[in-house]
Design a binder for this molecule. Structure first.
Ligand SMILES: [Ca+2]
Ligand SMILES: [Ca+2]
Ligand SMILES: [Ca+2]
Ligand SMILES: [Ca+2]
Length: 370
């Protein structure tokens, strides 16, 4: 009897343990599936946000086409007051045009939104050796190698490089001996390096981000001097006829023009920032006479767009989907020479990282962590 009771109690204990194990098992299964469902939901949410961001980029691209096709004053880059450029909502997504304003030497203090006039940059297919050498931190032999890369002969210029030099590389290749088709093609030119071309502005937003001023603590390995050191590509284009727009160009680019030095270029930029559009866009370019002592020299004027005729604009579109997720970024270059704006270049810039700073990220990354 006592034994029977013991067995019964023992059996009950076994049953209890089995039940507990099953319950525990079921709980883990439930937890496991619950967790994987949560993960799946999150993955689906990110995928949806990614698709929304891609659609938002596309919407922004069509918006740019429309704006450029309906310019009030053809040849004049529309003022940023005239269009939406910042945190423009499209469905559950939003976009920004990552822009530039060259009002002072070096980078600006805050993010600038809008299109960029490609004529604010030096054209690597038409700039002379002297103009290229005048760019900040341009090594003289690299400037010479750029000219040799595009010129049709195989005679190296002093300190330059032609196919005979490229034949020594591993793997060897030839000098192109014709025009650059993109600025990134500079990577092939002898003497090119990531630092030289892209500088500290790894996310290409024209702004000094925390990781761009912390030395080697995070990429890039910057000089931690509190100012943004641009790479050469910031100042270069291949999409223009070679003329520089004095209304949009930076001090650094203007200082490359023959007859202008950095001090004069600086005066010119300071003077133009006090002018209204009507003066700036007057077809005789009279303001150029007053901007610097003695007026802008004729050899520099010959390389400037005097009447409004800017025709190539870039739009660097950054977009997010719902809840600020699914970031995408594409650079487009629009040529407005023909009947309607034509995209002559497109590049995915998503991998360059977040370009809009901490504030925008926080603003958009609220809610719904489930
Ligand atoms: Ca040559
Ligand atoms: Ca930056
Ligand atoms: Ca760094
Ligand atoms: Ca720096």
């Amino acid at each position: 009897m006592a034994t029977g009771k013991f067995i019964a109690a023992n059996n009950a204990g076994v049953v209890l343990i089995v039940v507990m194990w099953i319950a525990l098992g079921l709980t883990s299964v439930a937890l496991y599936f619950g967790n994987s469902m949560l993960l799946e939901r999150r993955a689906a949410d990110y995928e949806l946000a990614g698709r929304q961001a891609a659609h938002t980029v596309d919407g922004a691209r069509r918006y740019v086409s429309f704006l450029l096709d309906n310019l009030e004053d053809p040849g004049i880059l529309p003022d940023t007051d005239a269009y939406e450029a910042e945190s423009v909502e499209v469905g559950e997504g939003a976009f920004w045009f990552v822009g530039r304003r060259y009002d002072e030497l070096g980078s600006s203090e805050e993010l600038v939104f809008g299109f960029v006039d490609e004529a604010s940059k030096l054209n690597i297919n038409t700039a002379t050796l002297e103009m290229l050498q005048a760019l900040p931190d341009m090594p003289l032999d690299f400037a010479a190698a750029i000219v040799d890369w595009r010129d049709p002969d195989s005679e190296p210029s002093p300190d330059g490089a032609e196919s005979a030099n490229y034949a020594l590389l591993d793997p060897p290749y030839n000098s192109k001996d014709s025009n650059f088709e993109t600025v990134d093609e500079l990577r092939l030119v002898l003497g090119a390096g990531v630092e030289l071309l892209y500088g500290e502005d790894v996310n290409r937003n024209g702004l000094l981000d925390p990781n761009e001023d912390d030395g080697d603590a995070s990429r890039p390995n910057d000089n931690q001097d509190g100012s943004l050191d641009f790479g050469l590509i910031e100042y270069l284009t291949v999409y223009t006829n070679g003329l520089i727009n004095p209304i949009a160009a930076s001090v650094e680019v203007l200082a490359c023009l023959p007859g202008l030095d950095e001090a004069m270029a600086y005066d010119l930029v300071a003077y133009r920032s006090g002018l209204v559009s009507d003066d700036l866009y007057a077809s005789d370019g009279a303001w150029l006479d007053e901007a610097v002592d003695g007026g802008v020299p004729v050899e520099a004027r010959d390389l400037m767009l005097i009447s409004p005729e800017s025709l190539v604009f870039s739009a660097d579109i950054a977009a997010v989907g719902r809840h600020g997720r699914g970031f995408r970024r594409d650079l487009f270059v629009f040529d407005t020479t023909g009947d309607e704006p034509r995209i002559v270049f497109r590049r995915d810039r998503t991998r360059l990282g977040w370009p809009l700073g901490a504030e925008v990220r926080e603003q958009y990354a609220e809610v719904d962590e489930s």
